[in-house]
Write a protein that binds this ligand. Structure first.
Ligand SMILES: [Fe+2]
Ligand SMILES: [Fe+2]
Length: 480
């Protein structure tokens, strides 16, 4: 059952001893969460607060464990008109159905279903939180790099550690939440700040996914001494348990911190080289290389930081992942000895660099970047295959709230990255549709070729195409 019940009817049910669980989060028109989907409402006061916030009706979705119970604990049936039938026929009360009118609390009165409205608001709420976290993190890396410049190498490790742990707590609940915030980046400084946060966000999501989905398989392979799975822990010796599960659980926060600081050594490389838009000379490339194994590692020493995880990430995030991989450094690093988290850092690094829009290049569509990563690395060894699968599963190629193009030229708003499930909101000439179409799942078999994702075009943020957005998306989307 999925019905919208009037708030007055719900108050009546609770007043007579009944209980309610919506199964769907309830927001006000500004996107503020008023009632969590899992809360069992037993007090009239909660519903009165909703009413005071202008909520006239509330969805109840049994598919998501919502429901209505009468004073005796009997589940009540609600039909799609909002009519409520008590299980006990003697107590049958027909409550007034909600009459939808243009004056209802819905900010999108004629959107196809209530779930879409809720989903749009939910996406916007996550985006708002992500924006705040992103700017906090940006200030943190800005401060680290400025401190290094001003003091000749010192930075406040404790402060950056606290900031990253705050960021990581947020990342765990929202996969790749910062992809909403991609923007044209003109200065190298800004690129470096954004890149540090993105690599931390992507890398942390991949490590978490690897831990939960793949580490057991890889452990099994390690125990079986499968020749194409390398155990990078051998070199660390000291009776280290050669398990990807136990090892990474303990080190997770250090790994995220390492991702955040991976390019810290770039602050020592001259701006002239970093900002150069053409191809680097051999000498310049030699200088850039040093940001990892020389300048980055030196900065850790200067700050007396002995953490081997952070050190490995800084040292090896450009190391080869297979025999003979070119343009990798440090050259003496052998690919079988590169820790898993450093390999993940390298992939997150490449992914972010390619999907970012710079003043001199367009962003590449994420699906093409992932395809390229698979082509380059998946066949090299089985461990890389598992990492890449974790990568694809965790990054959300087309994140909810982003804008993509279909092959027929239509623009679409992504509701769920699974599929993806999208609302196409323009026609094939990029003219905004006057009606609100039903969402389509692009991955469904039978969908015409012309309605699949056009992977030659980059993913956009809603603000990039603000003028073309339909009113029901415009209303909830920030212009800048
Ligand atoms: Fe780097
Ligand atoms: Fe990097």
């Amino acid at each position: 059952m999925n019905a919208k019940i009037s708030i007055d009817n719900l108050i009546e049910i609770v007043r007579t001893g009944g209980k309610i669980k919506t199964g769907v989060d309830v927001y006000n028109s500004k996107g503020i969460l008023l009632l969590d989907k899992d809360i069992l409402v037993e007090k009239v006061k909660i519903l009165e607060i909703l009413k005071d916030n202008g909520i006239k009706s509330v969805p109840v979705n049994t598919v998501f464990n919502g429901g209505l119970w009468d004073g005796n604990g009997n589940l009540m049936n609600v039909n799609s008109d909002g009519l409520i039938d008590f299980e006990d026929p003697d107590k049958q009360i027909i409550l007034e159905p909600v009459i939808e009118s243009p004056e209802t609390d819905s900010i999108f009165p004629d959107v196809a279903t209530n779930e879409i409205e809720m989903r749009l608001l939910e996406i916007e709420e996550i985006k708002k939180q992500a924006t705040k976290k992103y700017y906090d993190a940006k200030n943190s890396i800005k401060k680290v790099l400025a401190d290094i410049k001003n003091t000749g190498g010192q930075f406040d490790y404790v402060e950056v550690e606290a900031n990253v742990s705050d960021l990581v707590d947020f990342l765990v609940i929202a996969d790749n939440p910062f992809s909403y915030l991609t923007q044209e980046i003109f200065s190298y400084d800004d690129y470096l700040y954004n890149h540090s946060i993105n690599v931390c966000a992507i890398g942390t999501a991949v490590v978490n996914r690897f831990n939960t989905h793949f580490s057991g398989v890889v452990d099994g392979l390690l125990k079986g001494h499968t020749p194409d799975i390398y155990n990078p822990f051998e070199k660390e010796g000291k009776n280290q348990n050669p398990s990807y599960v136990t090892y990474y659980k303990d080190e997770l926060s250090d790994i995220s911190l390492g991702f955040f600081l991976h390019d810290i050594g770039k602050i020592i490389v001259s701006d002239e080289i970093l900002n150069k838009q053409g191809r680097l000379t051999a000498l310049e490339f030699e200088e850039v290389k040093k940001h990892s194994y020389e300048y980055g590692v030196d900065l850790l020493d200067k700050n007396h930081l002995k953490n081997s995880v952070i050190r490995n990430i800084i040292n090896y995030h450009h190391a080869p992942l297979y025999e003979g991989e070119e343009r990798c450094y440090p050259t003496q690093a052998h690919h079988t000895r590169i820790p898993l988290y450093a390999r993940i850092c390298k992939l997150a690094d490449i992914y972010d660099a390619m999907t970012s829009k710079r003043c001199y290049k367009e962003a590449i569509n994420p699906i093409n970047v992932v395809t390229q990563l698979f082509r380059t690395y998946a066949k090299k060894d089985r461990m890389l295959q598992y990492i890449l699968h974790a990568f694809v599963k965790s990054i959300g190629i087309y994140p909810p709230g982003s804008i993509i193009y279909l092959r027929n030229g239509q623009m679409a708003y992504v509701l769920e990255s699974d599929g993806p499930l999208v609302i196409p909101f323009t026609d094939d000439k990029e003219k905004t549709l006057k009606y609100k179409p039903d969402p389509i799942n692009i991955n469904t078999s039978g969908i015409e070729e012309s309605r699949k994702v056009d992977s030659r075009r980059s993913v956009k943020a809603p603000k990039d195409v603000y003028d073309m957005l339909p009113p029901y998306i415009k209303e909830i989307t920030a212009r800048s």
